[in-house]
Structures are given as structure tokens and as C-alpha cells.
Design a protein around this ligand. Structure first.
Ligand code: DX5
Ligand code: ZN
Length: 214
């Protein structure tokens, strides 16, 4: 299992210590949640903070844009040195073009689905994607309760990927913890995002290590 801890639940007064912990840990990526207060009912952090984080983090950056018109920021995300750029299906009327722009900029491209958006809508874009991020809570806040129906969506996405021969990874985001992670792994998830479960733990490195074994 690949693990992408979400910085949203880190200690913002001492981000450096948390990034050093991530660097030391077995985490595969660092998940960065950008919110604009329009696409989601919350605002997190923007490019000045991301640039500082990118400078100190040695893990590949998994940037999750919860913003309207995310394609507009492709070159700014690329300039961070980001590995993966995640854009929401619901925020991209010209999704195919946006995915092409992300690839042209030299990044991996992922499409994120809100809990109400069916996996079947990816039928005609799945072959172009490096990853699909399924929201397992409504986006905007850390520490929310996992939506159980998400398990069926992971299974449906796994089937779509197999049927089409797509190489896309499956990532899930929201409410991932010791209770929910095993069934997600069993349903076919490749990458777990975990915010409050990792950063709220007494020993975050141990939590990451345990999630990795799933
Ligand atoms: C929520 C964000 C998540 C968030 C997950 O909108 O996309 O990445 O940090 O937090 P937890 O793991 O606490 O549910
Ligand atoms: Zn996220």
C-alpha cells in the first residue's frame, strides 16, 4: 500500500517538524490540500505555503486542488516540483484538455470524484489517467466520518480499470484509520491518504508503518 499523509492535520505553527517526520517516515508521498472557499466551504493554504513545504519535503508531492478552474494553476503546481496533480471532476468542464495540460507540464494526472459522483462518468477518460482519487468524505475538512458506500465505489472503479486496461492507481481520501483502511485495501485501493489519523497519533511514524503493511 502507498501512503500519502495529508498535511491538513499537521501542526501549522511547527510545520517544519512535521515535514521532517514525514521525511523520516515510510510515507510514499505527501498529500497537500488546496481549498478556495468556493468549490469547498473552507480555505486551507496557498502557493506561498506550498513553496516553503516543497523546499523542505523530500517525498513526492501529491497536490489535491479543491478549487474551481484548477487547470489555471497547472504551471504553478509544476513549479513546485509536484509529482501528482489532482483535479476534481466537478470543477473541470473540459477535463480532457486539463489532463493533457497536466501531462504536458510533466506531471502525473489524477481526477478526483466527490462522494455523489459516479465512477461510470470516467469511462471515456480513464485510459488517460495516472490515478483516480475517490473522496470518502465530502471535501473541505479533516477528521470527518468515512462514508461506507465508498467501498462499492472502489470496487466499481477497480472493475472499470480492469475492463479498460487502464494503468490508473486508486487513491482514497477522508476518514481513513485503523477501522476503515483494511476494507479499503481489500476492495482494491492502491494509495491511502490519511490526515487526522496520522498527525493526531502519538507515534505518527508507527501509524504510517502499519498502514503500509495493508
Ligand atoms: C479533505 C481533504 C483530506 C483531509 C483528510 O477535504 O481532502 O485530504 O486532510 O483528512 P482525514 O484523513 O482526517 O479524514
Ligand atoms: Zn485531500
Amino acid at each position: 500500500m502507498l501512503i500519502s499523509p495529508s498535511l491538513l492535520s499537521a501542526n501549522f505553527i511547527d510545520l517544519k517538524s512535521d515535514i521532517e517526520m514525514i521525511n523520516r517516515s515510510e510515507a510514499d508521498w505527501l498529500h497537500l490540500d488546496v481549498m478556495d472557499g468556493v468549490f469547498v466551504p473552507n480555505i486551507s493554504f496557498g502557493f506561498p505555503v506550498l513553496q516553503a513545504v516543497a523546499k523542505h519535503c523530500t517525498k513526492p508531492l501529491d497536490v489535491h486542488l479543491m478549487i474551481t478552474d484548477p487547470g489555471k494553476f497547472t504551471s504553478q503546481v509544476r513549479d513546485l516540483g509536484a509529482y501528482m496533480m489532482n483535479v476534481h471532476y466537478e470543477a473541470c468542464p473540459h477535463l480532457h484538455r486539463t489532463i493533457q495540460q497536466i501531462h504536458t507540464a510533466g506531471m502525473k494526472a489524477a481526477v478526483t470524484l466527490n462522494p455523489h459522483t459516479p465512477v461510470s462518468l470516467l469511462e471515456d477518460i480513464i485510459q488517460d489517467l495516472d490515478m483516480v482519487l475517490l473522496m470518502t468524505v465530502n471535501p473541505g475538512f479533516g477528521g470527518q466520518k468515512f462514508i461506507p458506500h465508498s467501498i462499492q465505489k472502489v470496487q466499481a472503479l477497480r472493475q472499470l480499470i480492469q475492463r479498460t486496461g487502464s494503468k490508473a492507481l486508486i487513491e482514497v481520501d477522508g476518514g481513513v484509520n485503523a477501522q476503515t483502511a483494511p476494507s479499503l485495501a481489500q476492495a482494491g485501493v492502491d494509495v491511502l491518504v490519511a490526515g487526522s489519523y496520522v498527525f493526531g497519533a502519538e507515534n505518527p511514524e508507527q501509524v504510517i508503518k502499519e498502514l503500509k503493511t495493508l
